[in-house]
Ligand binder design. Structure first.
Ligand code: NI
Ligand code: MN
Length: 228
């Protein structure tokens, strides 16, 4: 399985199926791919309604026919825009598709408003997600502050945890390293930093702090991948 960092919080998981999480590509200064490079994905996961996560979901869903996995409110919004293949879930819920790919939405402390022109649309509760595929479990925290609830994720036997470290809107380096120590993944990888000046953070500091807490961590640059 390949876990490819598309920049910001966008990740492509390539295993027996292709899953893209938070595909913010257009307008993402870190993106090394184009939205059309993702027209062959099987699933799109949207953790919350903010533009830097909802991103190119509409475009990719329309061209790929991929199943969009999101909370009920975002699913409703996408359905109202003509995206039919949506699978709505909510926090704490897990669902395994017939092809064996599973998703579980996890709590996130954040917002989820969808901005549509001049309208601010309620996007439900923000989430993180655990993706289960090919006997691996990948945790993508979405945007969130540090929570004690993350300790419960240790029971999911997470292989890789993708954690926001940029601060201001989410955990900073120190909190993210603490989150890693709660989740106890085999590998922690930082995301959601440097895209905008306000979330400037040093990913190597995260790696150092995570290792100090006994968690293996690695920086993956935008456009690069790790093999599991
Ligand atoms: Ni956000
Ligand atoms: Mn964000």
């Amino acid at each position: 399985m390949k876990l490819k960092f598309l920049g910001h919080s966008a990740w492509l998981i390539e295993g027996s199926k292709k899953v893209v999480i938070d595909p913010f590509i257009t307008g993402n200064p870190q993106a090394k791919v184009k939205a059309e490079d993702l027209y062959d994905v099987d699933y799109i996961v949207v953790t919350h309604g903010h533009g830097d996560h909802l991103g190119d979901t509409y475009d990719i869903a329309r061209h790929s026919g991929a199943t969009v996995v999101a909370n009920y409110e975002i699913s409703l919004y996408l359905s109202s825009k003509g995206i039919q293949n949506v699978h709505s879930m909510h926090i704490g819920g897990k669902y395994v598709f017939p092809d064996g790919v599973g998703f579980k939405l996890t709590p996130a402390l954040h917002g989820s408003a969808i901005i549509d022109g001049k309208d601010v649309i309620y996007g439900g509760n923000p989430a993180g997600v655990v993706v289960f595929m090919d006997d691996k479990a990948i945790y993508h925290a979405g945007d969130t502050g540090l929570t004690l609830d993350m300790k419960l994720l240790a029971d999911e036997l997470i292989d890789v945890a993708l954690l926001p470290i940029g601060g201001n809107y989410t955990m900073d380096v120190k909190d993210a390293a603490k989150a890693a120590s709660f989740v106890k993944p085999k590998l922690a990888i930082p995301m959601h930093y440097k895209t905008f000046p306000v979330i400037d953070a040093n990913p190597e500091e995260f790696v150092k702090e995570a290792k100090r807490l006994g968690i293996n961590a690695l920086v993956v640059a935008p456009g690069e991948y790790v093999e599991l």
